[in-house]
Design a protein around this ligand. Structure first.
Ligand code: SF4
Ligand code: SF4
Length: 431
């Protein structure tokens, strides 16, 4: 990451960021746009104010979605998200991390056992009738953060991805590639079916899949300004994969994980022991869509799904479209399925407000962004909404439930799994 003051001084105050910044459009406040945020950070850095969690200035730094929309519109390409992360790092140093970070990130995401415990607790709450009872009493209205969490939480499936894994992986006779699948925390916990479709599709494409249990990719910790924890997790993940060197690519179906893993080389760029390994690691990472479209012939062996027309609209996750500059590959997949009609929504690459845990920490603002997004989704008349990030899936799923829409929510790989003519049995080791 570059020098903070150098980046802050690059802003020419042209205001082009106003046109694209979701928080500015929602708040119409100079403190809620890149230009204002950079000015505040500069004043604090020059000693006019203190980096302090309780100060009102902190709110402006903390409200940034890190969506990167301003960066694409900024003539100086100022890395605003990186500047905000640095600013948050300084605030943490001055005032410590907040309670949400301590519980959800350092507590659960940094410790897969605790994350699983929390997930299982949530599932029990949903399926045992406790949720119905709590809803009927209206007790959660008195505890707004819990009400928000309950409202936004998707239906927790019976099994995690890693619990499904032993029944998914098969040994192939002559695999074309050996691939390591990085299944992130949210996909594992809440969208195991996406992970299962990923493994099945990769196997149908004659890839031998190896899916180790991994640590969180570290992107949430980085976004919250805890770069040390993000680095610790990155090193753990590098060690996990490099202990098993026998693969050609590292593949992930999660936009956020993909963006984080490809950035390990920058994150660990000044770590003498890890910089080389991090470079090799990041160079091996492929987004699943990118891998399918550019490294396989999957799209030549495709059929209609159940001979039924599905009208799909696609939402670009920030971490895919701006974080990795990938927008065409998922569309290629959708367009190649004969029974799928892709209808583009307006502003398809504007942030849905999911942004990691933004929905939980900034419910009011996040809901505004979601309502805008859902208006665009509804205008397409689609009966299926596709995207490639579990945080977006959580947010858009909340939108679908809130609006009571009769609409499926999928990762493109789930449709491809149904449309691929190739079967795993074609590839499997006989006997
Ligand atoms: S677009 Fe870039 S240079 Fe222009 S005001 Fe915004 S941050 Fe500053
Ligand atoms: S990263 Fe997104 S929310 Fe933050 S200032 Fe830029 S456009 Fe606005």
């Amino acid at each position: 990451m570059g020098d903070l003051l150098v980046d802050l001084q690059k802003c020419t105050r042209c205001g082009f960021c106003q046109d694209v910044c979701p928080t500015y459009k929602a708040e119409l406040n100079e403190g809620s746009v890149a230009r204002g945020r950079l000015k505040l950070a500069k004043m604090i850095e020059e000693g006019k104010y203190r980096w302090d969690r309780d100060s009102k200035l902190h709110k402006h730094i903390n409200d940034c979605l890190l969506c990167g929309a301003c960066v694409s519109n900024c003539p100086g390409s100022i890395p605003v998200s990186e500047v905000m992360i640095k600013a948050r790092q300084k605030i943490n140093k001055q005032s410590g991390t907040d309670l949400f970070y301590k519980v959800a990130y350092k507590g659960a995401l940094s410790d897969q056992k605790k994350l699983k415990l929390g997930r299982n607790f949530m599932r029990l709450y949903q399926i045992t009738g406790v949720k119905r009872l709590v809803t009927a009493t209206g007790i959660l209205k008195a505890i707004p953060p819990l009400k928000v969490m309950e409202e936004r939480m998707p239906e927790v499936p019976k099994k995690t991805f890693f619990e499904m894994l032993p029944d998914l992986v098969v040994q192939l006779q002559n695999p074309k590639y050996k691939v390591a699948y990085f299944c992130g925390c949210a996909t594992n916990s809440f969208f195991g079916d996406v992970g299962a479709a990923t493994v099945k599709v990769l196997q149908k494409l004659n890839c031998q899949v190896y899916a180790p249990t991994v640590e969180c990719c570290g992107e949430p910790h980085k976004g919250a300004g805890d770069l040390e924890e993000a680095k610790r997790l990155a090193k753990r993940n590098i060690d996990i994969f490099f202990n098993e060197k026998n693969f050609d690519f590292i593949i992930t179906d999660c936009a956020t994980c993909g963006s984080a893993l490809k950035n390990y080389k920058r994150l660990l760029g000044d770590d003498i022991a890890y910089q080389m390994k991090a470079e090799q690691f990041s160079a091996a990472v492929y987004d699943l869509n990118q891998f399918i479209v550019y490294k396989t012939d999957a799209l030549e062996n495709i059929s209609a799904i159940d001979n039924q027309e599905i009208t799909v609209t696609y939402h670009d996750p920030c971490h895919l479209v701006r974080g990795q500059k990938i927008s065409e590959a998922p569309r290629e997949i959708l367009k190649k399925i004969p029974s799928v009609v892709l209808v583009e929504m307006e502003d398809t690459n504007s942030c849905c407000g999911g942004a990691g845990s933004y929905g939980f920490t900034h419910h009011r603002l996040s809901k505004k962004f979601l309502q805008n997004k859902m208006e665009k989704v509804k205008a397409t008349g689609a009966n299926c909404l596709a995207t490639c990030c579990p945080a977006c899936m959580m947010q858009l799923g909340y939108g679908i439930r809130s609006e009571q829409l009769n609409m499926k929510l999928v990762h493109p790989v789930q449709l491809l799994d149904k449309a691929l003519l190739q079967t795993i049995a074609d590839q499997k080791v006989e006997g």
